[in-house]
Design a binder for this molecule. Structure first.
Ligand code: SF4
Length: 434
């Protein structure tokens, strides 16, 4: 069987796809890059924006048109919330919420290995079921685990979220917070370190890592993201770790200390979702654990102590009830903080998310205009930050190659492009920002 994979959405999804892909390879399937050569397409879906679901529909239709024999399995978050629209797309063979490799294999017509009493590729390590035992792919579970390129690996530390932000359907799609054990993650990081110079810790709400275990769902030992980072750095000191998206107020003192004191081990970069600079709107969003003030205070404290600091944020423009004054409060906060890039999302209604039922929906042209203003400000700040870094030395890890150039990603999330003939050939090397 030839299988084609496509992933929409976040790094957690990329990681899930990598696991499913391994399971198919393990079952004897050939992974192909050209969908025309495939018997089955596996698409990992995302529900974060209306646009990502529209793209999913377009891709499935295009695949069906290009190859009459190809069947599609849709997995992931949008699949979990499907009201029949995805199942009704042409050539869709199955729609599966979640990312359990064994289920996806079965849906594609490949069962678990007949000689394996405990299936070699399922259930997913973060499946809500049985309590965090050894990873199903043990003893060498993730030798080729999630990857964002040849030298940057992904390590998914938890799945799910206990919050209920009114714009987000992640809790519905992915369930409650479930953390993997430190021992299992250290083992996986060691395997990833054999091939990767950087490992990105990913998940749905990584700042709550370990809190489910603290409540007794796992080993009963109190664990936190800071403790996990300390264990990982001790086990694989040669690797640079990077945090994917983390709530600013969940950067505890241990994480802050590692960012400040161990820049070779933990990249000086945070992507801290802001969503709005107005406390009134944050409340309507259900984001009760911070205010514009506490967000700002945590990041300013860190920025004062870090010589270089990549800082990004997600912002939603035009959330229901957002007034011009709320929007201006967001612009003012963005202006005041040392952001080096922004991800701006015009608000779009998500099926199942409570915000769709909120009064005072903002007119689409106003949403678009506010998004445009925020994006312009974000781009100006990105240019200004880059200008401050020009000519400075940085710790680069190769993140891509093409057109005679090598792209290196610095600790503070700046891309530097080197002509291939100037590259030392090492996955991690000092570069000058140009
Ligand atoms: S914290 Fe809010 S936005 Fe983030 S995954 Fe949880 S519910 Fe969604």
């Amino acid at each position: 069987m030839n299988v084609y994979f496509h992933t929409f959405g976040c790094r957690a999804n990329q990681y899930d796809t990598a696991l499913v892909r391994q399971a198919f390879e393990h079952a004897g399937a050939a992974v192909v890059e050209d969908p025309a050569a495939a018997d089955v397409a596996v698409i990992n879906s995302c529900t974060v924006t209306h646009e990502s679901e529209a793209k999913l529909g377009r891709l499935v239709r295009r695949l069906a048109r290009r190859s009459g024999r190809l069947e599609t399995v849709v997995m992931g978050c949008a699949a979990a919330l499907d009201d029949g629209r995805i199942a009704g797309l042409p050539s869709v063979r199955a729609v599966l919420g979640g990312a359990d490799p064994a289920q996806v294999l079965r849906a594609a017509g490949l069962g678990p290995h007949p000689l394996s009493p405990s299936p070699a590729y399922g259930p997913h390590p973060l499946s809500p079921s049985p309590a965090y035992g050894p990873h199903p792919l043990s003893p060498s579970p993730f030798g080729r685990g999630g990857t964002t390129g040849r030298f940057r690996g992904l390590l998914k530390i938890q799945d799910g979220c206990d919050e209920h932000c009114t714009f987000c359907a992640a809790t519905l799609a992915r369930g409650a917070n479930r953390s993997r054990s430190i021992a299992e993650l250290v083992e996986e990081a060691r395997a990833l370190a054999e091939q990767h110079a950087e490992i990105v810790l990913t998940g749905v709400h990584i700042g709550t890592y370990g809190q489910d275990r603290e409540r007794g769902a796992g080993s009963g030992t109190l664990r936190s993201l800071g403790e996990l980072l300390e264990a990982l750095i001790e086990a694989v000191p040669e690797v640079r770790f990077r945090l994917s998206s983390i709530e600013a107020t969940e950067v505890d003192d241990t994480i802050a200390r590692l960012l400040i004191e161990a820049p070779r081990h933990l990249a000086a970069h945070l992507h801290a979702p802001l969503q709005s600079g107005s406390d009134r709107i944050l409340k309507r969003m259900g984001r009760h654990w911070y205010t514009a003030g506490s967000y700002r205070a945590r990041l300013e404290w860190l920025a004062d102590r870090l010589p270089v600091f990549g800082l990004g944020a997600d912002i939603i423009a035009g959330f229901p009830g957002e007034t011009d004054a709320d929007h201006r409060a967001t612009l003012a906060l963005v202006d005041a903080l040392p952001f080096t890039y922004l991800h701006v999302f015009p608000y779009s209604e998500r099926p199942g998310a409570a915000a769709a039922r909120l009064p005072e929906q903002v007119a689409p042209p106003v949403v678009r205009e506010r998004a445009r203003e925020l994006r312009e400000l974000g781009e100006a700040k990105a240019r200004a930050y880059r200008a401050t870094r020009l000519g400075q030395r940085a710790d680069g890890v190769v993140s891509g190659r093409g057109s005679g150039k090598v792209e290196l990603l610095t600790e503070d999330y700046v891309s530097v492009y080197l002509p291939s003939n100037e590259w030392s050939g090492r996955a991690r090397c000092e570069v000058t920002v140009r």
